[in-house]
Design a protein around this ligand. Structure first.
Ligand SMILES: [Zn+2]
Length: 323
């Protein structure tokens, strides 16, 4: 065995040991803390090329899930806050596994894996593809890159600078910061470039129904996926309402939990979500949940680490730091 391999294995064992010690200390304490993990796209094989929204390979997700079901109490997002308050000394820390956006990979990769391992999860969907194919601008941007097409001319036509040296993520950031009219033009131009909606994005009614029938909790992610803090009060109320009933009808579930689009929310948005009847809103800070957090401004943690020992340690450390 080479020295590098020995060093790597020792490093992994050390991280695992540290993670285990932290979890024991957390379990032994009366600390009230919980974690919501957020994932997006899952890939059967490796994640290839630059991703606008970081994804995870099925093999890596499987390692995460095996660890989570062994070491934590897994609950749907709607039960996370209650499980945190109800936890007694000696019991495991509650964790919710969540997935955002309407992605074919939810049904093809994530759901079968979750079912095989017996892990509950919550899928936050927009339902934008219920009646006809639909994809958002950043999904079209990703599709263009995946197909080897340069998206820059399309972005320039839509009014952006789109420099030759800008990365895909950099281009996406510029679009995200632009006014809604520019984002709409970007979506239009990219659709022209890639020739319509790519099949990997948007879930049909029957796909959404399958996900709900498989026993997963469905939460709302708003139909138009616009950053809510930028909306005026009346637009905000509409964003929290439009498409909700159709998704409830398709899933036969009441949509009481919400993941804010782009993870962005503030107190005004949270108040509007509460008025609209949501019990829990996820977004805001990238951290664990404690009784100090407002239920409509709960944080989520994104940990896509490939090395399972690094994942175990990062999660335990995050929970420990927030307690
Ligand atoms: Zn999203």
């Amino acid at each position: 065995m080479s020295r590098a391999v020995v060093r790597r294995r020792l490093g992994a064992s050390w991280r695992r040991l540290q993670a285990t010690v932290i979890r024991w200390r957390l379990r032994a304490s009366p600390a009230r803390v919980a974690g919501a993990l957020v994932y997006h796209q899952t890939f059967r094989a490796q994640v290839r090329g630059e991703q606008v929204v970081p994804g995870i390979a099925a093999a890596v997700l499987e390692l995460h899930l095996r660890h989570l079901r062994r070491s934590y109490e897994l609950v749907p997002a709607s039960q996370l806050h209650g499980a945190m308050l109800a936890r007694r000394r000696g019991r495991q820390i509650p964790i919710a596994i969540t997935f955002d956006d309407d992605l074919a990979s939810h049904l093809e990769v994530a759901a079968p894996l979750l079912q095989r391992l017996g892990c509950p999860a919550t899928f936050f969907l927009t339902g934008a593809g219920l009646d006809e194919p639909h994809s958002f601008w950043w999904q079209r941007l990703q599709a263009a890159a995946d197909r080897g097409l340069d998206p820059r001319p399309a972005l320039r036509t839509a009014g952006l600078f789109a420099g030759a040296e800008q990365s895909l993520v950099g281009l996406a950031r510029d679009v995200e910061r632009s006014p809604e009219t520019v984002r709409a033009a970007v979506a239009e131009e990219l659709s022209r470039l890639i020739g319509g909606d790519p099949p990997e994005y948007g879930l049909t009614r029957s796909q959404i129904r399958s996900l709900a029938h498989a026993g997963f909790e469905i939460g709302f992610h708003t139909r138009d996926h616009r950053p809510l803090p930028e909306l005026a009060d009346d637009e905000l109320a509409r964003a929290l309402h439009d498409g909700r009933a159709a998704l409830e009808e398709a899933t036969r579930q009441r949509l009481r939990v919400l993941a804010y689009p782009h993870g962005s929310a503030d107190e005004r948005v949270a108040a509007a979500a509460s008025s609209a009847g949501y019990t829990d809103g996820f977004g805001g800070p990238d951290r664990s949940i404690t009784p100090r957090a407002a239920r409509l401004l709960l944080g989520r943690i994104e940990l896509l680490l490939e090395d399972p020992s690094a994942f175990e340690l990062a999660l335990a450390s995050e929970l420990w730091a927030s307690r």
